[in-house]
Ligand binder design. Structure first.
Ligand code: FES
Ligand SMILES: [Fe+2]
Length: 433
């Protein structure tokens, strides 16, 4: 349970708020890189700020104020030039650093840069890695952009899935350190959704949490596993401060504002040996729906089930009314760390997970189970018959709504035919996250 004041501290992320200031210390994923090939200018809302993301004709990527500093026109209707984004109202042109590069009438009438130099628009740096665009909304020197090892794995088909979830970011991220929910929200609820009464999934008998440089590890022993199982020896990664890493995919919960969260998932599937070498020219992205045609929340896939939980907690979960149990040790750890980080930032120190020196070898190695699955290809026949990887070829396992063209691109990369994919795969319960 938190006090009302603590809940406000945890959840409010707008400019000037302590948690907003903390989250502005990190590079945050905000879009797929390939989105800007389809649409040069995209309105975005991040941490309560209205912005536009664009790629100009010279390939520079900018993230600037949604409103023109001249007379506040909407820059999402602007058009890109060789260098910068031009407002469609009176033609003022801004570059990715926020400089006013042109003021067409003033430049003629006044013939000097006097006015122009006085006007800047808000601008934040953007970098690309892993097929994602990352923004730094803080002040001062940005930290080092995290390069996760998985981003550099060769011979994989990657895709990015984006959804807007109408609730506060913190309840989404608390789900990233909550091992027991998997048993109920995913395994058992899925059984009930199929109309069956059981048998239910093996129960959790022991959980533990461990801090490390880039977050926390959550570990579990279930009735069907022991201390030698990777669920205990390795665990799963709560990625600081807004993510989770599960080997074949990352998920981030990026605050849009206090009441909405951008879910961004990054997924990797290894091609079979026969398809090597495979180079993916462009990482596809798609927007995952949260509601079905009847307006009901979708509950068929793991992440959609998570969305249902988060949204169900209320737009901003009221933690003054909760009763934490033994399964919530990780949730407590997360909150304490966030509050300690808020304090660190207020005192001028870096919070947890901010990188100021490059990791050894240039990439961050996160703890991972089944490393071989992602880094060493299987023969095609074995991949198709694999109880987990084979099933994942037949349909995206984590979120509903994968477009047919992305599915077909995956199959082409894997060298499999739609007819083969129509065959039933070995059945397997959802993998523990
Ligand atoms: S409002 Fe943008 S140029 Fe006038
Ligand atoms: Fe979940």
């Amino acid at each position: 349970m938190l006090t009302h004041e603590q809940n406000e501290l945890l959840t409010r992320v707008g400019p000037g708020t302590p948690m907003g200031t903390l989250l502005r210390q990190y590079w945050l994923p905000i879009a797929a890189e390939s989105e800007l090939d389809d649409r040069a200018v995209k309105p975005v809302r991040l941490l309560g700020e209205n912005l536009v993301l664009y790629k100009d004709l010279g390939g520079h990527i900018g993230l600037i104020d949604r409103h023109c500093p001249h007379r506040r026109a909407d820059m999402s209707f602007g058009f890109v030039e060789d260098c910068g984004l031009r407002c469609n109202y009176h033609g003022w042109l801004f570059d990715a650093d926020g400089r006013t590069v042109e003021q067409p009438y003033e430049d003629v009438a006044l013939g000097n840069a006097q006015v122009r130099d006085k006007v800047r628009t808000k601008a934040y740096p953007v970098r690309a890695t892993g097929g994602l665009l990352w923004a730094f909304l803080g002040t001062g020197e940005p930290p080092i952009l995290p390069q996760y090892e998985a981003f550099s794995w060769p011979n994989g088909f990657k895709q990015i899935i984006i959804s807007e979830v109408p609730c506060n970011w913190a309840q989404c991220q608390e789900n990233s350190i909550d091992p027991v929910h998997f048993e109920w929200m995913h395994s058992n609820w899925s059984i009930r959704l199929k109309g069956q009464r059981g048998p239910y999934a093996p129960r959790h008998v022991k959980i533990d949490f461990e801090e490390f440089e880039h977050g926390f590890l959550y570990k579990r022993i279930r009735e069907d596993t022991d201390e030698k199982h990777d669920l205990w020896t390795v665990g799963r990664v709560t990625l600081w401060p807004i993510g989770v890493f599960l080997g074949d995919h990352f998920e981030w919960r990026v605050p849009i504002d206090d009441e909405n969260t951008l879910s961004i998932a990054w997924s990797f599937q290894r091609v079979p040996l026969e398809s090597e070498p495979y180079v993916q020219e462009r990482i596809p992205y798609w927007y995952g729906p949260t509601r079905d045609a009847d307006g009901e929340w979708i509950s068929s896939h793991v992440m959609n089930q998570d969305f249902v939980a988060w949204i169900g907690q209320g737009t901003i979960a009221d933690r003054t009314k909760e009763h934490l149990g033994r399964s919530d040790l990780g949730v407590g750890l997360m909150r304490r760390q966030l509050f300690a980080d808020v304090k660190a930032v207020a005192e001028g120190r870096d919070p947890k997970g901010v990188l100021r020196t490059p990791p050894e070898g240039g990439v961050i190695h996160l703890p991972i189970s089944h490393y071989d699955r992602y880094t060493r290809g299987l023969p095609r026949a074995e991949l198709l018959a694999h109880p987990v990887l084979g099933r994942h070829l037949r349909g995206y396992p984590y979120q509903a709504g994968q477009p047919r063209e992305v599915q077909e691109a995956l199959w082409a990369a894997m060298g499999v035919t739609p007819e083969e994919m129509a065959q039933p795969s070995a059945r397997q319960a959802p993998q523990a996250a």
